[in-house]
Write a new protein. Structure first.
Length: 436
């Protein structure tokens, strides 16, 4: 139901955008043509450059209005370009405006928006009216020309052609909407170099934050986990040492359940001391067993920490790490590998942790019974796909860790795509370069 309402609202936005396209396109086109024409005429005078600079500032503002309109009615969120620099000095500021690629691209958008706006208005107004005329052609002709009239081919072909045109209106409107979205993405957003700088800055900030959090978690795990286990182990060994001293008083050494004194003979040993020594030895064995268990727990914790820093399985590459990872999944995994080349170490680590996170999400949230994991490294590109037959509904920003995963992949020029309709199946695709 939610998806149906969203689709309905988008179609209503497309109709509204097409209706507004003609007047807005005419205004924008006239503005762009006037700027170029007047700028060319005034270019030989002192007013030429100031006029063009002021017009470019206006074009930048108009482009921002169109960008918001595209986002509101067509659902295309185009990132806002960065604000232009404002250096000190009138000449420096004018030079920045005249060389602003965002303003010139906005001016080009206004020029190209005119034909698209005219086509959109024709699609939403002209085509439906034409289809109604064609569908009712026999009736309109007889109303306009009373009297007997022979049936010709227009009377026969008009109704089906009109219905076909009417049925084609939604497809034409969607195609024009896609063209308008593509035009807005290409000309109203940041320049590619600016977008790249912004993505790198965001990826760097994300990577630094993740590394800081990882170091904090590592310090906390070492302090609260491994360190506490080692302290407990030291206490247990101290207690064992005390028990050993109690089991052999006066220099006696407990061995094999009997105390052998270092003084003369052992003729004075009594049954009571033998029982006490046996009790002390039993306590000593319990303490040693506890120390052994704490040692095993500490080793396991250290292995878990080192595996979180750099999985040992990655020493042999993804061809060895991914089978070991899928073997531990609670949901059965079908693994397909096509690793013709070995990616860089940082890429391998990103792919490994991406696969681990996706398999964890499947086990926790999807209710799936089977998973297909495919990894390939061909022609300088690494591709990881995870498909499950679960309930679906996953998405970036939906609270399943996919947002953080997408940001982690962005730090290494990777992209994450999620296709998860309600009811499933869910297909998550990660693409990365083999080298940075």
């Amino acid at each position: 139901m939610t998806r149906w309402r969203r689709g309905l609202s988008v179609r209503g936005g497309e109709v509204a955008f097409a209706l507004l396209g003609l007047p807005l396109g005419v205004l924008g086109g006239v503005y762009a043509v006037a700027v170029l024409y007047a700028g060319a005429l005034l270019s030989l005078t002192v007013l030429g450059l100031p006029f063009v600079a002021a017009a470019l500032v206006g074009a930048r503002g108009i482009g921002g209005l169109h960008r918001r309109l595209v986002g509101r009615l067509l659902g295309e969120r185009v990132a806002a370009p960065p604000a232009s620099a404002r250096p000190s000095g009138l000449l420096a500021r004018g030079r920045v405006v005249l060389t602003d690629p965002v303003a010139w691209r906005a001016l080009l958008y206004l020029l190209l928006r005119l034909p698209l706006g005219a086509l959109g208005f024709l699609a939403v107004v002209g085509l439906p009216l034409g289809s109604v005329w064609l569908a009712g052609f026999p009736l309109w002709v007889r109303l306009l020309e009373p009297g007997p009239r022979a049936v010709d081919w227009l009377d026969v072909a008009g109704p089906p052609v009109g219905l076909a045109v009417l049925a084609a209106v939604p497809a034409v409107l969607r195609a024009l909407s896609r063209a308008n979205r593509a035009l807005a993405r290409a000309l109203l957003g940041p320049v590619r170099s600016q977008q790249r700088v912004r993505e790198l800055e965001h990826a760097r900030a994300t990577l630094l934050a993740e590394n800081t959090d990882r170091l904090r978690r590592l310090e906390r795990d070492l302090h609260d986990g491994t360190q506490a286990q080692l302290v407990a182990l030291a206490i247990t060994l101290s207690l064992a040492d005390d028990a050993l001293g109690e089991a052999a008083p006066g220099g006696a050494v407990a061995f094999g359940g009997a105390a052998v004194s270092g003084a003369e003979g052992g003729a004075g040993a009594s049954a009571g001391s033998d029982a006490g020594s046996g009790a002390d030895l039993g306590r000593l064995r319990a303490l040693v067993d506890r120390a052994r268990g704490q040692t095993d727990d500490t080793i396991t914790g250290l292995r878990r920490l080192t595996r979180g820093i750099h999985p040992v399985a990655l020493d042999g590459g993804l061809a060895e790490a991914l089978p070991a990872l899928t073997a531990t999944s609670p949901v059965p995994v079908t693994l397909r590998l096509d690793l013709r080349e070995r990616p860089a170490e940082v890429i391998e680590r990103a792919v490994y942790f991406c696969a681990a996170e996706l398999l964890t999400n499947v086990a926790k949230h999807s209710g799936a019974r089977a998973v297909d994991l495919t990894a390939s490294a061909v022609d300088g590109r690494v591709r990881l796909t995870v498909r499950d037959d679960g309930r679906g509904g996953a998405g970036i920003g939906a609270g399943t860790g996919l947002t953080g995963l997408a940001e982690r992949l962005a730090a290494v020029d990777g992209r994450l795509r999620v296709d998860s309709p309600p009811g499933g199946p869910t297909l998550v695709t990660a693409e990365l370069p083999s080298r940075l």
